[in-house]
Design a binder for this molecule. Structure first.
Ligand code: OAD
Length: 247
C-alpha cells in the first residue's frame, strides 16, 4: 500500500509544475477489457507478441498475423475508455503543458477526448499497402471489426496490406519520435501501465529523468521503470485519486 505521503508529494509537485508528461502502456486499457500483452489473457493461441508483431512473421503467414489483429480489434471495438483514460483526457484539456505519449494502438485515449496524443506505436485502425504502391487509397483507416476479408488487400494494387502499427525491429515514426523528444522536456513524468520492456518506449521515463523531470511509475506490479517514486496500484484508481488531490 502506497503511503498517503507519496500521493501528497506527487500532488504538490504536480501543482507547482508547468509541464507534465504521461507515458502509457497496455495496463491503462486493462480495466476496459483490452488484454495486456504480457499477461496470461493477453496471449493469443499461445503466441507471444514478439512472435507475431514482426515483419518476418507477416511475410511467413500474413493470415495468422491478421487473425491476431482482428481478434484485438474486436476486443477494442467492444471496449470503452475507463477512468484512467478519462482523467488523462481531462488533464490534457485543462493544462496546455500536458503531453501524453502512448504505446497503445487501441485509440482509447483519443476516444476519451485526450488532446495532442503522441502515438508511439501507430494505430490498430490504420492499414497500409505492404508494397507502398503509392496509390491514392494505399493508406487508410478501417474501424470494422471483424474485418470482412483476411488478409486485408490494398484496394489499389490488390497486394497485401498490413496494420499501420510499429512492429518489432521497425523504426518509430519520425513525427512521433520528434514529438516525444519534445514532450520529455517536462517537470513531472508519469509512466503508467507498462512493463517497460519494449524499447525505445521503455527508455522514455529515464530520458525524462536525465533531463531533470521528477518521474513516477504507476503499476500494480511496478519495478521495471527507472523513476523517483513508485506508486503500486491500478491506473484507473491511482489516477482518479491524484485527480481528486490536484483539482
Ligand atoms: P505489457 O503487456 O508488456 O505490460 C502491461 C503492464 O500493465 C504490466 O506491467 C502490468 O503490471 C500493468 N498493468 C496491468 N493492469 C494494470 C492496471 N489496471 N493499471 C496499471 N497497470 C496495469 O504492455 P506494454 O508495456 O504496453 O507493441 O507493452 C509494450 C509493447 O509491447 C506494446 O506497445 C506492444 C507490445 O508488443 C506494439 O504494439 C508495437
Amino acid at each position: 500500500m502506497t503511503a498517503e505521503a507519496d500521493f501528497r508529494s506527487l500532488a504538490a509537485r504536480w501543482r507547482s509544475s508547468a509541464r507534465w508528461t504521461v507515458v502509457t502502456g497496455a495496463g491503462v486499457s486493462a480495466a476496459s477489457g483490452v488484454p495486456t500483452f504480457r499477461s496470461s489473457d493477453g496471449l493469443w493461441e499461445n503466441f507471444r507478441p514478439e512472435e507475431l508483431a514482426t515483419p518476418e512473421a507477416f511475410s511467413r503467414d500474413p493470415r495468422r498475423v491478421w487473425e491476431w489483429y482482428d481478434w484485438r480489434r474486436q476486443k477494442i471495438a467492444a471496449a470503452r475508455p475507463n477512468r484512467a483514460h478519462e482523467v488523462l483526457a481531462s488533464w490534457s484539456q485543462r493544462q496546455t503543458g500536458f503531453r501524453l505519449i502512448t504505446q497503445n494502438v487501441d485509440g482509447l485515449h483519443e476516444r476519451a477526448g485526450t488532446a495532442r496524443v503522441i502515438r508511439f506505436h501507430g494505430s490498430i485502425w490504420d492499414i497500409r499497402c505492404v508494397n507502398s504502391c503509392g496509390g491514392a487509397g494505399s493508406r487508410w483507416t478501417d474501424t470494422r471489426a471483424p474485418l470482412p476479408e483476411i488478409p486485408v488487400r490494398c484496394p489499389d494494387c490488390r497486394g497485401l496490406a498490413r496494420p499501420g502499427v510499429v512492429w518489432f525491429g521497425e523504426a518509430i515514426g519520425a513525427e512521433a519520435l520528434a514529438e516525444a523528444q519534445e514532450a520529455l522536456e517536462c517537470d513531472v513524468c508519469l509512466v503508467v501501465g507498462t512493463s517497460s520492456v519494449v524499447y525505445p518506449a521503455a527508455g522514455l521515463a529515464s530520458q525524462a529523468r536525465q533531463r531533470g523531470a521528477w518521474t513516477v511509475e504507476i503499476n500494480p506490479e511496478p519495478g521495471a521503470a527507472d523513476v523517483d517514486l513508485v506508486i503500486a496500484g491500478k491506473a484507473e484508481e491511482v489516477l482518479d485519486k491524484i485527480d481528486s488531490l490536484i483539482h
